[in-house]
Design a protein around this ligand. Sequence first.
Ligand code: FPP
Ligand code: MG
Ligand code: MG
Length: 438
Amino acid sequence: VQVKQGYSDPFSIVSSEMSTLAKNIATIIGSGHPTLNRVAAYYFEAEGKNVRPLIVLLLSKALSEIPAEQRQRIPVDSQDVNEQPEYPGESRRFSFAGKSPLESISPLRILHGINPNIILNPLSRPLGLLPELDNANGVLPKQRRLAEIVEMIHTASLLHDDVIDFSDSRRGRDSGNVAFTNKMAVLAGDFLLARASVALSRLRNTEVVELISTAIANLVEGEFMQLKNTVLQPNLNLIDDENRLMPVPTGKVPVEVHEYSVQPPATTPTHEQNVDAAFDYYLHKTYLKTASLISKSSRSAAVLSGADDTVIDQCYEFGRNLGICFQLVDDMLDYTTTAEQLGKPAGADLELGLATAPILFAWKTRPELGPLISRKFSQPGDVQIAKAAVEACDGVAQTRALASKYRDEALRNLRMLPESDARSALEFLTNSMLTRRK
Ligand code: FPP
Ligand code: MG
Ligand code: MG
């Protein structure tokens, strides 16, 4: 990220929190099974953008600048992230090699990976104490844990997404489904989600638990809205459970009917109404699949800070606008960038039958694209026609313009926070959405 004059570098302000993020996640996802460990840790090994935790941490820091008398509630107790219930019969969580437990250093330090003598007992409930966090730098321990939880949920959804999208690469290397098979990728995603849920419950804040659980449900709902628009095409290859490429059997592939609303309209809608409905559908799907996790984690960071309701709402709106902007740019990059640059497949959306903003804008001026969108670009030549139409109708530029409206709204939301380095860092991050290349 290039830092412009007058802006704070988003990474340096919360660099200590960001640098322990991966280590803490590694501890939270450690399981009793070595292969599960490998698959669950796989996407964390390659450098990701870490946008979601960065937003949570910067927002938390910016929220800490609000004077105490302007807070509605008391910030959550910073010390009880490890308060945990005792389950009868499960108190022995670890077996010790060499030293006896009494001779060893505290279990907390052992879990930090300091003591090499520890081995996890696969037969016991493996998640003991979570890594300890401090609240230096204005960011509360629970907000730091929230940042870790959000990245774990996001990574879980990517493992599943790459199975759904038949992707073969992510973060510049083989995707999880290709490296380990579909079955293992799905299970590892489930496992990450489960461990994120344990850590979430340890925040001991039911409002935040509800927010983040709803965001998980929204991810699935968004993906389902998109699935409704997807059809398996005869030219697509499926990857089977042993990672063999299987051609989709022609004639046996169910073709779904394109639906925007459950209720059939009373009169035949005009082209303009159809386009509006398609944009509504697309933007709602985008909110659910991408913006919801960002907005609900931003809201959660504000709830944990003890901010008043107006600030909480603005943080939520900020996450929503930034999240939609982020996905619009993602959908744009699918048209403009190479797989090499992205580290994941490019030009994949049309191939998957997905009508995102660039082609919807083209459809607005070219009604004849309607049938291609309806049949999910499944006929030979459809994808090429669609690409040419996007080019001719400036679909990419119009998508960028729409994304910039959401960016501007997000910047407006940020102005509710007191001026600080963390706030300018968030402004910088928001501005850089439009210029990102991957
Ligand atoms: C990436 O989109 C995918 C998502 C933002 C969400 C995927 C959600 C699921 C698969 C539902 C299951 C969720 C959980 C929590 C396990 P994309 O395919 O447009 O982006 P890409 O180009 O990065 O693949
Ligand atoms: Mg995908
Ligand atoms: Mg997808």
